[in-house]
Design a protein around this ligand. Structure first.
Ligand code: ATP
Length: 243
């Protein structure tokens, strides 16, 4: 089920302004890679661009490979069919449907794919809160519950690679930990994940590798242990007490 993503010479531009420039970035199978960086660094543009999902229709040049296949110009639907699933920031649920309707409205591909298709009950196992809210409209959920539902919907489609854009945004600190631990559990189960996370300390608890994005470029990459000691990370994100 594990899957490898390889990004080469990626340039993403809105009009004349190039906001993502990545020479080479690999997410190894069965790992959890984090993308961190300041507001406007290009994190969302990167993950949306990988999934070829954006209303703003940026120009995308370069090569994105999923398990060796060039998927750069494929539609979002074709990505989903191949098991690449994006959970965009603050989106991905139907507000006018109940939690359960949101989950039953989507399903994985038919036929044998070798990927784990999550039943609705599997999603409830992962997020017990959603079971309690199964009859509530998604529009009435808290921000955190909505994030859980968005991840749950993505899992229903039997992904092998998940792109998660700030799944912990708006969550109470306790729920941030729960959400990220749940994502870690999914990775232990074989899923490969590229996670955008503003909360660097929280990201360090669960990721294998971190990439620091500044003005669209990867300026530092490494294991959590390496990144914890990187002066740029300490200065900008961890504060003097971690030095
Ligand atoms: P945040 O943490 O605030 O979500 P981010 O790191 O995800 O930020 P992006 O949203 O990817 O950053 O934005 C990167 C740059 O691209 C920013 O300068 C932003 O203003 C610009 N940008 C984003 N969307 C568009 C758009 N639709 N049209 C033009 N410029 C855009």
């Amino acid at each position: 089920m594990s899957s490898r993503l390889e990004i080469s010479d990626l340039r993403i531009a809105y009009g004349a302004s190039t906001v993502v420039m990545i020479e080479h970035l690999v997410v190894e199978p069965g790992t959890l890679a984090g993308v961190i960086g300041a507001n406007g660094a290009g994190k969302s543009t990167l993950v949306n661009g990988v999934a070829n999902w954006s209303r703003a229709e940026p120009r995308i040049a370069g090569t994105i490979r999923l398990d060796g296949e060039d998927i750069t110009s494929l539609s979002p639907e074709e990505h989903v069919r191949r098991g690449l699933q994006l959970v965009p920031e603050g989106r991905g649920v139907f507000m006018g449907l109940t939690v359960e309707e949101n989950l039953t409205a989507v399903a994985g591909p038919s036929g044998e794919t070798g990927r784990k298709a999550y039943a609705v009950d599997d999603v409830y196992e992962l997020f017990p809160r959603l079971r309690e809210r199964r009859s509530n409209f998604a529009g009435s959920l808290s921000g955190g519950e909505r994030q859980m539902l968005a991840v749950g919907r993505a899992l229903r489609m039997a992904p092998k690679f998940l792109l998660l854009d700030e799944p912990s945004i708006g969550l109470a600190p306790r729920l941030v930990v729960t959400m990220l631990q749940t994502i870690r559990t999914l990775v232990e189960g074989g899923l490969t994940v590229l996670l955008v996370e503003q909360n660097v300390n929280a990201a360090m608890e669960v990721t294998d590798v971190l990439h620091l994005l500044e003005r669209g470029r990867v300026v530092a990459s490494g294991t959590v242990a390496e990144m914890r000691n990187d002066p740029r990370i300490i200065e900008a994100y961890l504060g003097a007490s971690h030095g």
